[in-house]
Ligand binder design. Structure first.
Ligand SMILES: [Zn+2]
Length: 429
């Protein structure tokens, strides 16, 4: 098991340095395979292909992908799960996840153990590229797959150690949780790390000194990055991924852009149904090449990204295809005390309250937070109470929580519906 894991990871690591032609060959081969699989086994894609008179043989390479219509979360979310996963999937043996709800509509994600192993190989080869050593202790504060995680035997002898921190969002709980593990590597949302960095600076806290810091899932603006780097004396590495499609692209220490993981995904940046030019922004469209249980083909993640097209000076052959992902740095909630709260303090608890279809949290000013809920059930007062109870774990009584039931959540001008918006600007110093 450990040996197989090692082999898979080595194979991916080797791909980082293959010739561009060889890499394109691998990508196209995997693309043909996943397209055929989706057409043969997944009702949603079979119907989609048939309605556009497409056959798997029409897609021979990445250049043909434009023939397939783009699917967005709304297209997929309204369908029963049986339409979206491969026929014959044994749900009991699968990993069940939920998207982050950054668009306010969580989507159920199913992955088999084989899918998960393929995703882990991609993840582990990235960790090696960031400098992970075999004895390093990694702490993940992103809440991914913690329920299904079982400690492996080798972790008990100090190899490949992983921990997950599931904690409240306040600075003290985060600081205590990190100190307890004393990790060499921290994987975290940038806003959450910012909360920790602020506490470390204000309270002169010692004992948090990761060698490697990895952030994901939110846009890092340059001020946030510098604040975190200076606080922990690290050079943080950011990666871009999603629950639906797994890892998509990552930075190396050259910080020249995001290396697209082209042996596992096809990344497109599209505007008005055409691929944008380098330097232009558009919607990020991803085709995953390793998820067979619940395939995502030309899937619109709802993120706006800036496209680039160049090789990195680190000389890896994974091209730099993404300059940055825009948006999301305006999601930090600022309390009257000046302390920050990560958007996760809101979107994570709310998405687990049953009966909520969509939601949006808007910080109007330091003392007022509006929570808009679209609900599917009648017992609205119960739902409102549950949301308030959960949010009060982080939000002090001095801040008004104005919870409103609405019929729909207005769309942002970017086209991406955000679930946490703050109109208060953070003071980073
Ligand atoms: Zn590089």
């Amino acid at each position: 098991m450990l040996f197989n894991k090692y082999l898979r990871m080595r194979k991916h690591l080797k791909n980082h340095w293959l010739s561009p032609d060889k890499l394109a060959e691998i990508q196209n081969e995997k693309l043909r395979k996943i397209i055929k699989h989706a057409y043969d086994n997944v009702p949603y894609y079979e119907n989609l292909f048939r309605s556009f008179r497409l056959k798997p043989s029409d897609i021979q390479s990445v250049e043909d992908l434009g023939k397939i219509p783009i699917s967005c979360k709304e297209d997929i979310n309204r369908l029963p799960l049986t339409e979206l996963i491969a026929r014959g999937t044994d749900l009991k043996s699968c990993i069940h996840g939920k998207t982050s709800g950054s668009t306010g509509v969580p989507l159920q994600i199913i992955a088999s153990i084989a899918d998960l192993n393929r995703h882990q190989a991609v993840w582990n080869s990235f960790l090696l590229a960031t400098g992970r050593k075999i004895t390093d202790k990694l702490l993940s504060i992103t809440g991914r797959f913690p329920k299904s995680y079982r400690k492996r035997w080798y972790e008990y002898i100090g190899i490949g150690r992983n921990s997950f921190l599931l904690t409240k969002e306040d600075a003290d709980s985060l600081v205590d949780g990190i100190k307890k593990v004393n990790p060499d590597i921290i994987v975290c949302y940038p806003t959450r790390m910012l909360v920790v960095a602020q506490a470390v600076r204000k309270k002169n806290i010692n004992g948090i000194s990761p060698r490697i810091l990895i952030t994901t899932a939110e846009t890092l603006d340059i001020n946030m990055r510098e604040y975190i780097n200076e606080t922990f004396n690290v050079d943080l590495i950011d990666y871009y991924g999603s629950w639906e499609t797994g890892m998509i692209a990552w930075e190396c220490y050259k910080h020249e852009g995001y290396h697209a993981i082209v042996d596992s995904v096809v990344l497109e940046v599209v505007k008005n149904n055409r691929n944008v030019e380098p330097g232009e922004s558009g919607e990020v469209i991803v085709t995953n090449l390793v998820s067979y249980t619940m395939p995502f083909i030309r899937y619109n993640l709802g993120d706006i990204g800036v496209y680039m097209e160049k090789m990195c000076s680190c000389e890896r052959s994974f091209p730099l295809l993404l300059e940055k992902v825009e948006g999301r740095s305006d999601e930090l909630i600022i309390l009257p005390s000046g302390e920050f709260l990560s958007p996760n303090a809101f979107d994570v608890p709310i998405k687990y309250v049953d009966g909520i279809e969509k939601f949006q949290v808007i910080q109007e000013d330091r003392n007022n937070i509006s929570v808009l809920l679209v609900i599917s059930q009648r017992n609205s007062s119960e739902i409102v109470k549950a949301v308030e109870r959960k949010l009060r774990e982080h939000v002090p009584d001095s801040v008004n929580l104005n919870i409103k039931l609405v019929n729909k959540i207005p769309m942002a001008t970017s086209g991406k519906q955000k679930c946490v918006i703050s109109k208060v600007k953070a003071q980073l110093n």
